[in-house]
Design a binder for this molecule. Structure first.
Ligand code: PEP
Length: 244
């Protein structure tokens, strides 16, 4: 069985003061059997890691290269050195804002694995693609193209995040989530065998305290990647609790 993971993506939000939210979460009652991850902006990773206690800390992107002339970028090794143990890769905002292709995400995922980081690889369809009936085809292609060989249940997490559900308050129906997650599980098992059966599959897109429990009850949903509702411990804590 895949382990359960509640992951928070702070995106480009937060300064030193925001670490009080992380501390509040870390000091609260975290349920056993649920892994908790916070991915703050890179500027906060080392300070977050010092205060995180049982909460894992992750980056939001890394470069595919180990070092070199890439101004403004960070390597997977640098994230690891700063205290991260995970990195989000191929988030739809990176794909849209920075033109990241599946091939680039695959190279970054390889780099993350090489640096001993767990890669949280994001895929998801746009509204146009959903309305055209091509969701399963789109996410299937993204999954195949974004994951390198060598994926294990320990080094990789897949997050299904419909682009139209991110930050919009719109959520797919539970049937739509189940359809995609079941198809992703089948594809993971087909390619990676037993390891594919245990790769955690997260749903992401407008997860809130009020809808988390019903989403977590859907088959092959092993947790969530949460944006807005991960910024405040009072919102994120009940989401984590719903996964227990
Ligand atoms: C995200 O950014 O990955 C996300 C799911 O955001 P939100 O929860 O705010 O929709």
């Amino acid at each position: 069985m895949a382990r359960k993971l509640a992951a928070g993506n702070w995106k480009m939000n937060g300064t030193g003061d925001s670490l009080a939210e992380l501390e509040a979460l870390a000091k609260g009652d975290l349920p056993k059997g649920v892994d908790v991850l916070i991915c703050p902006p890179a500027t906060l990773i080392s300070r977050a890691a010092e205060r995180a206690d049982k909460i894992a800390i992750g980056g939001q992107d890394c470069h595919a290269a180990a070092s070199g002339a890439h101004t403004g970028d960070l390597s997977a090794e640098m994230l690891r050195d700063a205290g991260a143990s995970y990195v989000i890769l191929g988030h739809s905002e990176r794909r849209a804002d920075h033109g990241e292709s599946d091939e680039m995400v695959r190279a970054k995922t390889d780099a993350a694995h090489g640096a001993n980081l767990v890669a949280v690889v994001c895929i998801g369809e746009t509204l146009e693609e959903r309305e055209a009936g091509s969701t399963l085809q789109v996410v299937g292609m993204q999954l195949a193209g974004s994951l390198p060989d060598g994926v294990t249940a320990q080094n990789t997490v897949v997050a299904y995040e419909p682009v139209w559900a991110i930050g919009t308050g719109k959520v797919p129906t539970l049937e739509q989530i189940a359809e995609v997650h079941n198809a992703l599980r089948d594809a993971l098992v087909q390619r990676f065998g037993n390891a594919g059966a245990d790769v955690p599959l997260l749903y992401g897109g407008s997860v809130k305290p009020g809808n988390a429990a019903e989403i977590f009850a859907v088959s092959n949903v092993d947790g969530a990647l949460v944006g807005g509702a991960s910024l405040k411990s009072a919102d994120f804590a009940p989401i984590i609790a719903a996964l227990a």
